[in-house]
Design a protein around this ligand. Structure first.
Ligand code: MN
Length: 735
């Protein structure tokens, strides 16, 4: 493992201080020291499996994080990342002592650790997605997690073989691709090489041996090229760095074993990297290289003008020298180099530096830059075709979705605004049906609690508990709602059957249809096949529960009755006047479009008169009620009504001879004999008076309210005219 052998497995706090000192960052050393003290106290005598004091693990992770150039909060979170999980200190305590950001990072790292990363394959993509989601909250979460994982891999030797292999697969399928996406190439390559070592020890060894066989050869070759390039470049030495690039074992492995090439066929085993100060110098040097050696066609790539989605920038070219040796050259600036190695973490480094000199404009630019990177990462998920993991996952960061974890680390996605009820039914119908409450992040929450991304939710159940009807109004998803309905449908079946049968019978009775059980069942047979019911009881249950809405099907049931059951000799209309109708109260006079002989009722809220513009409303069990179109109970725009299909067109029949009751308000200057004058006027027109009330309304005026029978609108207008002509009557209004 020549490439990584310079990395000490464990680093202590002094080394962390040293790394911090050598960086240009302005760290909050006091706070970091405080975090270390807490971690040290919290982990106490804990030891790792290897026997090494536990505190050295978080300290080493903090060193890696500091090495990326991350900020104080990231280093503190790294020091504390196992404290909440493994010791008695709580997240609240961390929040109180170190602030919200640190607590959030620690919490995020802990949560990612609980996600089952390597489970069934089809869940893999889902889990990766969740990690990305968790990451998008605060990207430092994933950076600390990667450092944690990297350190664990460096020290995994003493773990059982199965565990090493499991972790290695997770790295290959989840962590390395994420590191790649974040542009953290150094982490990606080290994770991959460490993992390959455990996944295919023999293949790994073969490549390692082959490389070391060529090591002297390679070193000599690179030394020679270095001299040629530096000489031709004509740049001051301090501005130019040329070195041999060691390709990662995993990438050679992939090329040799998966593309079936021999090591000698791989161009970039011999590779040079040139680092300069400016972009201008990059392109100048490219010219120099292409002068010195022959470029191989189609191997030139300009990632400076077109950066890779993970921010990577460099010029790549493959050339062949006069000895016939092919090699790759990469040219980049120092800034590009930093980004190429540490990716997104490098941007924190710059951000820190600039924040320190309080150049807020530059800091803002970098913030925008980081946001842009996040956007690119999101977009890349669609574009990437190199790994299947993230393919076909669209709308990854759909903000209308929330992601929550079960205490075991399973992840569930729900539409925004979903409650714990929705979650319970998503987990399992039985969980929902026996839910008694829920805990979110260990706290009991109300049943209408809306879950948020990243929360750990636990549904509390009890064997004998069952859904409540008000859940139907609380839950957000239609699937939860239909499952709750299902429960009521199933559990209350007997009640529903009785209720449904009663409803149908009641409705038929209104149409003067009376059938015995057998006849009723026969009548309803036609409904069964259509609705996929096996028995009439199923139909009753559905009606009783509301799965079938009676007002929708009654017309067809009546029709069926008319064609099949209606006694031929009986020619009288099926619909008869309601028993309670008053003598003078006539119920016809209106035609309902598409329905003949249906029960009609004039609404009491607006008492429509012939000539008024009217509309019909199909009631539940009381036929069609007729309203004035302008009635305040009727929506102006029917299409916005809750059940627009219940509104029907109705019209007055041409010759309405019946009378209709209406109420008039007669406003007048009060005087003796006025009421008598009004009464005389009405009776002289042969108007039937139901009711007449007079009361003072102040200012010497009176209000007479008269409820009378009129034939139609024209008749009413005549009456009003006559009343207004009475002395001292000021106004007559229809009530
Ligand atoms: Mn750890």
């Amino acid at each position: 493992m020549s490439k990584y052998s310079n990395v000490a497995h464990y680093q202590d706090f002094n080394e962390l201080l040293e790394i911090m000192k050598n960086s240009n960052n302005n760290y909050d050393t006091r706070k970091i020291q405080k975090a270390y003290n807490l971690a040290e106290a919290a982990h106490g005598d804990q030891r790792r499996v290897s026997g090494i004091p536990y505190i050295l693990h978080p300290t080493s992770v903090a060193c890696i994080v500091a090495g990326f150039g991350m900020d104080s909060d990231s280093i503190i979170a790294a020091l504390l990342h196992d404290v909440v999980e493994d010791t008695e200190y709580t997240l609240d305590y961390v929040r109180k002592e170190f602030g919200r950001d640190v607590a959030n990072i620690v919490d995020g790292v802990t949560k990612i650790s609980k996600i089952k990363l390597y489970s069934r394959e089809e869940q893999q993509a889902e889990n990766v997605r969740k990690m990305l989601i968790a990451m998008s909250n605060d990207i430092r979460v994933i950076i600390v997690k990667l450092a944690d994982r990297l350190h664990n891999m460096r020290t995994i030797e003493c773990m059982p073989e199965q565990k090493r292999r499991d972790k290695s697969r997770e790295n290959m399928e989840v962590f390395a691709p994420i590191a790649h996406r974040l542009g953290m190439t150094a982490v990606k390559e080290e994770l991959e090489d460490l993992s390959l070592q455990y996944l295919d020890p023999i293949g790994y060894k073969e490549i390692e041996d082959a490389l070391s066989l060529r090591e002297t050869e390679r070193e000599r070759f690179i030394e020679r090229k270095k001299k040629e390039i530096v000489k031709a470049a004509k740049l001051p030495h301090s501005n130019l760095m040329v070195y041999g690039r060691v390709k990662s074992i995993n990438s050679i492995y992939r090329k040799t074993y998966m593309r079936n090439k021999s090591i000698d066929e791989i161009y970039d085993i011999f590779a040079l990297r040139i680092i300069v100060d400016t972009v201008q110098e990059c392109y100048n040097l490219l010219g120099v290289i292409h002068d010195l050696y022959n470029p191989i066609p189609n191997r030139f790539k300009d990632y400076i003008s077109t950066p890779k989605p993970n921010m990577y920038q460099s010029l790549h070219t493959t050339v062949i020298d006069k000895d016939g040796i092919t090699f790759e050259v990469q040219i980049r600036t120092w800034e590009m180099h930093s980004t190429a190695e540490n990716g997104i973490a490098a941007h924190w480094k710059y951000k820190l530096g600039f924040t320190r000199i309080v150049n807020s404009k530059k800091a803002r630019e970098l913030d925008e830059n980081i946001n842009r990177i996040k956007d690119i990462l999101r977009a890349q998920i669609d574009a990437d075709d190199s790994t299947d993991i993230i393919r076909n996952i669209r709308n990854d960061f759909d903000q209308h979705e929330v992601y929550v974890f079960s205490p075991k680390g399973d992840v569930f996605s729900l539409p925004e605004g979903s409650t714990v009820i929705d979650l319970a039914y998503l987990i399992h119908t039985e969980v929902g049906n026996h839910m008694v409450g829920a805990k979110v992040d260990q706290r009991i929450v109300p049943i209408d609690y809306k879950v948020k991304t990243g929360e750990i939710c636990e549904i509390l159940t009890q064997k004998d508990s069952h859904p409540r009807r008000d859940w139907l109004d609380i839950c957000k998803t239609s699937s939860a709602r239909s499952k709750i309905r299902q429960w009521f449908k199933r559990e209350k079946r007997d009640e529903n059957i009785v209720e449904g049968k009663m409803m149908i019978e009641r409705e038929l009775k209104r149409s003067n249809i009376s059938l015995d059980n057998e006849q009723l069942e026969e009548l309803l047979q036609f409904m069964l096949k259509k609705n996929k019911f096996n028995t009439v009881e199923d139909l009753y249950a559905s009606v009783g529960y509301g799965g079938i809405q009676l007002w929708k099907v009654m017309p067809r049931i009546r029709e069926e009755y008319n064609t099949k059951f209606k006694p031929e000799e009986d020619e009288t209309p099926i619909i008869k006047q309601p028993v309670q109708a008053r003598k003078r109260r006539i119920t016809s006079g209106v035609t309902v479009e598409g329905m003949e002989d249906c029960l009609i009722k004039f609404s009491h809220c607006c008492n429509p008169l012939p000539g008024d513009e009217i509309i019909g409303y199909i009631t539940r069990g009381f036929g069609v009620s007729i309203h004035k179109r302008s009635c305040s109970n009727i929506p102006v725009d029917i299409s916005t009504a809750e059940e627009p299909e219940r509104y029907v067109n109705v019209r007055w029949n041409d010759e309405v001879q019946d009378s209709f009751r209406t109420t008039l308000d007669i406003i007048c200057t009060d005087r003796t004999g006025l009421l008598a004058d009004v009464t005389i006027a009405l009776s002289s027109m042969h108007i039937f008076i139901y009711n007449l009330i007079t009361r003072q309304i102040g200012g010497g005026r009176a209000l007479i309210t008269a409820t009378i029978d009129v034939n139609n609108r024209a008749h009413l207008e005549t009456i009003v005219k006559r009343l207004i002509s009475i002395k001292d009557v000021e106004d007559v209004k229809r009530y």
